[in-house]
Design a protein around this ligand. Sequence first.
Ligand SMILES: Cc1ncc(COP(=O)(O)O)c(C=O)c1O
Length: 420
Amino acid sequence: MRTRAATPDESELPVEASSGPSWRKRALAVMPVGSSTNSKAPALLPDEPEVIVRGRGCRVWDDRGREFIDYRNALGPITLGYADPRVDAAITKQLADGILFGHPHPLETTTAELFCALVPGAEAARFLKTGGEALAAVIRIARAFTGRDRVVQIGYNGWLNSLADGARVLPGTVSASVSGVPAALAALHHQVDWEDRDRLRALFAERGGDIALVLVAADYTALPDVVDFYRFLRDLAAEHGALLAYDEMVTGFRVAMGGMAEATGVHPDLSVFGKGVANGMPLAVYCGRRDVLGVLDRGEVVVSSTYGGETLSLAAATATMTALRDDGVLPRLRESGTRLRDGLNAVFTAAGLDIRAQGHPACPQFVAQDEQMLRAFLRAAFRHGLSFYRVVYVNAAHTDADIEETLRRAAAAAAEVPGA
Ligand SMILES: Cc1ncc(COP(=O)(O)O)c(C=O)c1O
């Protein structure tokens, strides 16, 4: 497969750069990519941690005892903080009663009830483990409901769904051709760039009667001014009898409780939530209109997984959603995220670095013309005990003092970047 990395993370040779006993070397010997999650495989060694062994609140520690103020937050899921006592207590309580059974558990229903009460447009909901499979379920359901085959995808929708030429095979990484996907299937998936209204109009003019679904994941750098684009998608889909689905994996329970549906007031037919639902426990939710999900009741589509009703994750989800609802978490993420995003931009300006943190305060993204400059900053940040990812995730455990400490460390890191 020819892939063009929008960010050249994978191209650096981390093993050679590493020093000392290496978890990375051991991992690569036994595991392709050296991590089960591509985006977590370290690319900036030896500054970046090879492994993280512990987390608490907003801090994590590596195997060498180095402490980091963490803004990766497991790539999005940790909204309350690591080892949150409310979530841990719910998991521990349920653990004493068993993890998984051969019958439904009441938590499956009560968690769905709570979820549907919190998410606009979620008339019914069902559980899986990962975003990728939940999005695959939504695609299958939309095809069955509409009797059409084609799918329009905007943004990254999980590895299972990287089926089209030009699809995002990872967040930030674009595939120039698809390998391992039959051409006949790839031809039914149309990748469209964020805000490319001309291409969308052209696609619908040509193929409108065949399109089952428009599936959109928000471009974080464009947030929050996206209402108009969501309205455009809603109208276009409706005009041609296609369904509209939101990939709320990152935006759900972070940008707003009910994700982009709540943030924009434009409601989709179907959605997928995941990362923000259970503070790190593996749970994905696919949800939406009851009549559309009726294809499952009628057995026209079967989506079924042994672990869908696994109780520890459901207990964690109930505890997490309750805390998010009752404890002012989202306003706090917005407040500390704003302080961090604006503070980082002030640091970059003061250091003369052409880097920006851009987008919604709960999930802004670093943008830079000079990729090497950004990488040099991220490296230096690791050396100063800051763990950043391309998307900067705050959690509710980041205090104002943590943010101030971060900005002091970031200024020291910025001063070490060549060209500063
Ligand atoms: C927007 C978006 N959609 C889908 C996914 C896939 O979710 P998962 O990794 O749980 O399959 C991700 C994961 O990074 C994501 O960010």
